[in-house]
Each structure stands twice: as structure tokens, then as C-alpha cells.
Ligand binder design. Structure first.
Ligand SMILES: O=C(CO)COP(=O)(O)O
Length: 151
């Protein structure tokens, strides 16, 4: 795969997602960091977004609920390079009906070099990074080159 440099902007688009048993942890984390999150554009799967909005007062663009396709919507936004960062507290102790979608979302986040936090410790590291509020460069797949070499 050929890669190219892109700049992740200062104001980021951040996806927030949590499975049901992990929602309390995401609510607590989002509440604790609401001031730092507020300047950024926030997206979430349906239930997570509705709860976070009502509990934190943050404005959140809500997608479909995860089991009904929300994980796939976030994955699609990653391939369109809309999402810059993802906080996804998936449940390591309970199988989900949409496990294939969860795996697909995590795979696309890896393909597109998205910073992802799957637990509170990593989320804390990301949000306290000096790059959280600054632009930074990263490598992503160079789709135009990929296409031109295959056609
Ligand atoms: O299932 C999810 C992620 O896989 C989250 O979906 P909800 O936010 O709708 O609960």
C-alpha cells in the first residue's frame, strides 16, 4: 500500500461510542473532559449520543444505533476521512449481536491510521496529548495512487 501525508486539523471530528456496560465509563469520561471536547465536532452512535447529549449538554451528531448500523456509518465516515479520532469503549466481556460490525469498524480505524482509545487510560492519554488541540501530520492510504496502479 502506498501512503500519503495528511494533516489532522486543530479542530477535530471525534467519534464517541460505547457498548451498554461501558456507557457509564464513557459518560464519566466525557463529563470530566466536556470543556476540552466542546470546541471539537462530536459524532456518536445513536444511544451513546443521546445519553451523552442529555447528560453532558454537549452537541453531538447522532448516527444510527450501533446494532442497527451505527458502527458501519462511523466506518464509512472514516473511509471518507471525516472522522479524526475515535473513543470506542467496546465491551471485552460480552458478545454483541453486531460483533462483525465492531470488528469492521476497528479494522477501518487501523487502515486509516485513526487514533483510537478503547479504554479510559488511553482516552486520558489522547485528550491530554498536546496534539489534541493542535494540527498534526499522519500517513493514510493514497487512494488515487492505489487506483491508478490497479487500472
Ligand atoms: O453498539 C454500539 C457500538 O458497537 C453502540 O451503539 P449505541 O450507541 O446505539 O448503543
Amino acid at each position: 500500500m502506498l501512503f500519503k501525508k495528511v494533516t489532522t486539523p486543530e479542530v477535530k471530528t471525534i467519534a464517541l461510542v460505547a457498548h451498554d456496560n461501558m456507557k457509564p465509563a464513557l459518560i464519566a469520561w466525557t463529563t470530566a473532559h466536556a470543556d476540552k471536547l466542546k470546541p471539537h465536532r462530536l459524532y456518536a452512535t445513536g444511544t451513546t449520543g443521546s445519553i451523552l447529549e442529555s447528560q453532558t449538554g454537549l452537541s453531538i451528531h447522532k448516527l444510527i444505533s450501533g446494532p442497527l448500523g451505527g458502527d458501519q456509518q462511523i466506518g464509512a465516515l472514516i473511509t471518507e476521512q471525516v472522522i479524526d479520532m475515535m473513543i470506542f469503549f467496546w465491551d471485552p466481556l460480552e458478545a454483541q449481536p453486531h460483533d462483525p460490525d465492531v470488528k469492521a469498524l476497528l479494522r477501518l480505524a487501523a487502515v486509516w491510521n485513526i487514533p483510537v482509545a478503547c479504554n479510559v487510560a488511553t482516552a486520558d492519554l489522547l485528550i491530554t496529548s498536546k496534539l489534541f488541540d493542535h494540527a498534526f501530520e499522519k500517513d493514510v492510504p493514497d487512494y488515487q495512487k492505489y487506483l491508478s496502479e490497479r487500472t
